[in-house]
Ligand binder design. Structure first.
Ligand SMILES: Cc1ncc(COP(=O)(O)O)c(C=O)c1O
Length: 385
């Protein structure tokens, strides 16, 4: 198999798995316990907190462990917005459902939610954000890098605008961490979401960076763990693995980015040169190091996925990494794509262990599969390449 769905999830790193094992076997104490077992677990959590913090140049006291990107996003939205009932919350129309769904809920509770539009590349215009900020705005949440088309948003501009008006700024950086250098001190964002399984760590763990001075209302109440913001006995093994994944991502960051970019540019150029009727979606330059998102005109993306799977390639349409039901991509709709451009889309996302041979094989298989699907397509007259 050639695995090109690394935006959905990544293979756990061998060293990460090794770091977790003792906490699944003999070091099973509850981190809140006073005895030696408890203290060991607590110490391991604090080490992991430092490892996560170092990846984004935060202080370890600014890292809150969660169950993943979804919970981090929910905590940021509810944790800030609920302090200001019926206030305005600004987000973008291309966010992951882990932002859009809580926003819908807040809307039902009387909050004024603004979904900013994007251009054909998936970029939010900072001027439009500025024009939508009101006295009543409690929070702005705009993603760092889009999970479908890979476009990187101008976060620094958004932060400047929000700082000017004293509005809290959150960014969902689940796809960006490990693919972009992120320094929260330079960035200036107040809140930032991270997920472990996107960076070769275990699933079901993540973090929310909460800048010192920003206060969050707890969303999960109970025993008061995680600074009282996120109660519940910590998932020690996962947290330890997540910490290790962050450490490895930090040590190898520049090398990983340049390798992924090289493979990304190699495969996208080759596909476009060798297969007619293909376009690259998202911003051509301002994009995630590992994202290739394409439209194959006259082809159904889901048929393409099935054919690729039969031929040993795991890819995605990009629109449904959280649910089994395939729905038309809200991201591509917001970018103004036509129906056939949306249905013909394919996302290939590169990981740290992919190589050039795999890229060549993928192009060869794609060539054959696309030709085959086009020959039976209802659009075959329209797209007779
Ligand atoms: C941009 C983005 N945000 C949030 C999530 C959810 O993260 P998790 O799977 O850790 O809950 C994802 C997962 O695909 C994502 O791509």
């Amino acid at each position: 198999m050639i695995y090109l769905d690394n935006a959905a999830s990544t293979r756990i790193h061998e060293e990460v798995l090794e770091s977790m094992m003792p906490f699944l076997k003999e070091q099973y104490g509850n981190p809140s316990s006073i005895h030696r077992y408890g203290r060991l677990a607590q110490k391991a959590i604090e080490k992991a907190r430092t490892q996560v913090a170092q990846l984004i140049n935060a202080n370890s006291s600014e890292i809150l462990f969660t169950s993943g990107g979804t919970e981090s996003n929910n905590t940021a939205l509810y944790g800030i917005a609920k302090k200001y009932p019926k206030s305005r919350v600004i987000t973008s129309s291309i966010e992951h459902d882990a932002i859009l769904e809580p926003c819908k809920k807040l809307e039902m509770e009387g909050f004024d939610i603004v979904y900013l539009p994007v251009d054909n590349y998936g970029l939010v215009d900072p001027h439009v954000l500025k024009n939508n900020l009101t006295e009543n705005t409690s929070l702005v949440s705009i993603m760092f890098g889009n999970n479908e088309v890979g476009t990187l948003e101008p976060i620094l501009d958004f932060v400047d605008i929000c700082k000017d008006k004293n509005v809290v700024f959150h960014t969902d950086a689940v796809q960006a961490v490990g693919k972009v250098t992120i320094d929260v001190k330079e960035l200036g964002a107040d809140l930032l979401s991270i997920s472990s399984h996107k960076i070769n760590g275990p699933k079901g763990t993540g973090a929310l960076y909460i800048r010192k001075g920003i206060s969050i209302d707890p969303v999960i109440l109970g025993g008061g763990q995680e600074m009282g913001i996120r109660s519940g006995t910590e998932n020690v093994a996962n947290i330890v693995g997540f910490g290790k994944a962050c450490e490895l991502a930090r040590i190898n960051l520049l090398e990983n980015i340049s390798k992924m970019k090289e493979l990304r540019d190699y495969i996208s150029t080759k596909i476009i040169q060798e297969i007619p009727g293909v376009t690259l979606n998202g911003h051509p330059l301002e994009r995630l190091a590992n994202n290739v998102h394409l439209t194959f005109l006259g082809v159904n993306g889901e048929d393409l996925l099935i054919k690729l799977d039969e031929n040993g390639i795991a890819a995605s349409t990009g629109s449904a990494c959280s649910v089994k039901i395939q729905k038309a991509s809200h991201v591509l709709q917001a970018m103004g794509f036509l129906h056939e451009q949306i249905t013909g889309s394919l996302r290939l996302t590169i990981g740290i262990s992919n190589n050039l041979t795999e890229m060549d094989k993928t192009v060869e298989i794609l060539k054959n599969v696309v030709k085959e699907l086009r020959s039976v397509s209802p659009f075959k007259e329209k797209y007779s390449f």
